[in-house]
Design a protein around this ligand. Structure first.
Ligand code: ADP
Ligand code: MG
Length: 238
């Protein structure tokens, strides 16, 4: 686990600024949700933290380390995407262990990591199945399993539930929270869904057009929105 800090982070694509000076402090073990309308820069922030996108200015720290120039594989981070593309020709166990295999881990070591992760996620009986034999929720759990086996300092989720139907989405919210309560891994979670943010976050970061409008606990944002945008977005009658 580790803290994460964004310090006056900026990002332009060409001449087009999309992140306009963002400061966010995330404590060790915290579950933080970045929320805001489509196009406001949530995925870009997450991708910069993961090292998948360069930052134009400012600083990103994981723990005490400035990671601005570290390649993704040297950042101790695991990311779960919206399109959790599993390898169709690999079993659940092999999908979950693949990143460890790439790092050269032995078969026994991989099994030692995959088994407990599968147990946590309720996948123990499905390890020999293939993705096409799984439900949407089970596939989502395998995608999380791939992240868990790496035992990273930080989990990143980018709209992980947006491809699921409404009922499953609600169930998976609870599962992800339980997982966090168990592992206590620092988590940065992106969604455009206010309800998801309000029900899951320790702390919410409300973004709008490349800036942070407000950071606070769900109820604080609801009770004391900083401005009309936050009030409107979070849904309180300001
Ligand atoms: P969100 O995840 O909040 O929907 P994004 O971070 O994906 O928003 O995008 C923020 C802005 O940056 C959008 O205007 C988007 O069009 C732009 N953008 C994202 N990625 C690129 C890219 N690779 N090249 C140019 N513009 C991009
Ligand atoms: Mg996005």
């Amino acid at each position: 686990m580790a803290s994460v800090d964004f310090v006056n982070v900026r990002k332009s694509f060409g001449t087009h600024p999309v992140i306009k000076g963002v400061d966010i402090e995330i404590a060790d073990g915290e579950f933080v949700i970045l929320v805001g309308p489509s196009g406001c820069g949530k995925s870009t922030l997450l991708r910069m933290l993961a090292g998948l996108e360069n930052i134009s200015d400012g600083e990103i720290r994981i723990g005490k380390d400035v990671v601005n120039n570290l390649p993704p594989k040297e950042r101790d981070i695991a990311m779960v995407f919206q399109n959790y593309a599993l390898y169709p020709h690999m079993s659940v166990a092999d999908n979950m262990g693949f990143s460890l295999k790439l790092k050269g881990a032995s078969k026994a070591d991989i099994e030692k990591r995959v088994k407990p992760a599968a147990e946590i996620l309720g996948l123990s009986k499905l390890l020999d199945r293939y993705p096409r034999q799984l439900s949407g929720g089970q596939r989502q759990r395998v995608a999380m399993g791939r992240a868990i086996v790496r035992d990273p300092q930080v989990f990143l989720f980018d709209e992980p539930l947006s491809n699921l139907d409404a009922k499953l989405r609600v169930a998976m919210r609870a599962e992800i929270k339980e997982l966090h309560q168990r592992l206590k891994t620092t988590t940065v979670y992106v969604t455009h869904d206010q309800i998801e943010a309000m029900t899951m976050a320790d702390k919410i970061v409300v973004m709008h057009d490349g800036i942070v409008e407000q950071i606070g606990a769900p109820l604080d944002l609801y009770d004391q929105p900083a401005n009309l945008f936050v009030a409107g977005f979070i849904g309180s009658p300001a």
